[in-house]
Design a protein. Structure first.
Lengths: 214, 240
């Protein structure tokens, strides 16, 4: 599914938001893919993602992340999933993957023009894209837009609107710091695509706004 | 999911965590609205319940309730796809699979997303008219097996089940894009119980452009800024 797509929020909040997924194609090149996927993960983790996760081990960086455990449990059909908050790091990862030519598919999500620039810098030609056209239907049933900026960072919808509202309230009332709040929100997203930096920045902006409003 | 009433102390710490808001308090005990629960399992996995009162009863794995688990719990693997998630590998491995080729457009209409969920029957708002137009849905998508291929209607036994989301997925020739996109857009006006997030899987042209964006522009549909880009590292690479 397209779980890294359909993130909601102002364009400027996506400038440092790059969810990353790599995986073998089932029935095409997944047999014997485990060592290649382990290498993809090593390259990514060495570069320093803002978050990383696994549905197999049910871990992400805020729940407690054991790199060696994840690598040892990597199977032929295991994806590599996480998020970068720095375009340079994503570019470095893509360059290394190109050099090593592991043959595993990679998708990078973000503002399309930025991702295309990163590909060009890494010497890659984008193959295909999944475009987010928006939300249709009974949109009155949706949570408010500020809440959706956080809930949609887990494409599997594991971060509830109720939790986001409670955490935002605690931050704007000065009962919780934005970095601690972002870590609480990140926990339910096992894929590790929740961008802690983006969440912290948005929460800090809300806190500053609340402070200036007195 | 269920709450063991003997263990629950009614502390209410669990209330904000349910993505569907299905947990409530009655007689100082937490309960789960079984109509609204999508069996995503976040309450069992995530909530730091001081008494570990949340549990998954056997009925969750029984048909038709099992549908909720399949479409709600991201840690579950689908029998039909062999991977976790509610759809296929779509653009993720398109450089190897060639699922969507040049001259084609892939549609991914994810009902219930973001966050609010849907009944399985809600997809009929698009699956019925699209079936009439001769659209064939992606066979590897788990939703397709719940549809009658001749009508696009949902099987009776699962139509009222609440799920977190389901993806109506299909590929068409690009020269049908305007006709099909207009039908989806029209259908969206009749989608009254939920929402859907609309994704388009496309191939880059040799000159690095995405041809369908010109059609979107012509139709007055906002050209999206967000995209999930397959960077072309998969091997063997398909140039189709």
């Amino acid at each position: 599914m397209s779980h890294t797509l359909h993130r909601f929020g102002p364009e400027e909040t996506f400038l440092n938001d790059f969810p990353f997924i790599s995986r073998p194609a089932m029935q095409f090149n997944h047999e014997g893919a485990a060592p290649k996927m382990r290498r993809v993960m090593e390259i990514c983790l060495d570069e320093g993602p803002v978050n990383w996760g696994s549905l197999t081990t049910k871990q992400n960086m805020t729940l407690g992340f054991d790199r060696e455990d994840l690598l040892s449990k990597t199977e032929d059909n295991s994806p590599a999933m996480g998020c970068f908050d720095d375009r340079q790091k994503v570019g470095n990862v893509l360059k290394k993957l190109k050099e090593e030519d592991l043959g595993m598919s990679v998708v990078v999500t973000g503002l399309r023009d930025k991702v295309e620039e990163i590909c060009a810098e890494a010497g890659l030609t984008p193959h295909s894209a999944d475009l987010a056209l928006g939300i249709f239907g009974d949109t009155d049933k949706l949570p408010d837009e500020d809440t959706m900026c956080y809930t949609t960072m887990c494409g599997h919808a594991m971060i509830s609107a109720g939790l986001v509202k409670q955490i935002r309230k605690a931050v704007t009332e000065g009962r919780m710091e934005p970095d601690a709040a972002a870590k609480i929100l990140a926990k339910p997203c096992y894929c590790g695509i929740f961008n802690l930096t983006r969440a912290e920045d948005m929460l800090r902006a809300e806190q500053n706004q609340a402070d200036s409003n007195g | 999911m269920q709450v063991n009433q003997e263990l629950c102390i009614g502390c209410q710490k669990c209330l904000p965590f349910c993505p569907q808001g299905a947990i409530y308090i009655e007689n100082r005990k937490a309960l789960i609205d079984q109509e609204e629960c999508v069996e995503c399992g976040i309450c069992v996995r995530q909530i730091e319940c001081p008494r570990k009162a949340f549990y998954e009863p056997e009925e969750v794995r029984q048909w038709p309730r099992a549908v909720r688990k399949v479409f709600g719990d991201p840690t579950e693997k689908h029998e039909s796809t062999g991977v976790r998630g509610r759809g296929t590998e779509e653009v993720k491995t398109n450089d190897v699979t060639g699922r969507v080729k040049r001259g084609q457009v892939g549609f991914a209409l994810e009902f219930g997303r973001p966050s609010i969920g849907c009944r399985v029957r809600d997809v009929e708002v698009v699956t019925v008219p699209l079936t009439r137009m001769g659209i064939v849905f992606e066979p590897c998508n788990p939703l397709t097996s719940l549809l009658y291929p001749d009508t696009g209607m949902v099987h009776e036994d699962v139509r009222d089940e609440k799920i977190l989301s389901a993806i109506v997925e299909f590929t068409i020739p690009e020269d049908r894009f305007e006709e099909v996109a207009a039908a989806v857009y029209e259908a969206s006006k009749h989608c009254v119980n939920t929402v859907f997030s609309w994704g388009l899987v496309v191939r880059y042209a040799e000159d690095g452009t995405i041809p369908v964006t010109r059609t979107l522009d012509k139709m007055g549909i906002r050209i999206p800024k967000n995209a999930k880009v397959n960077v072309g590292l998969g091997r063997p690479l398909t140039n189709a």
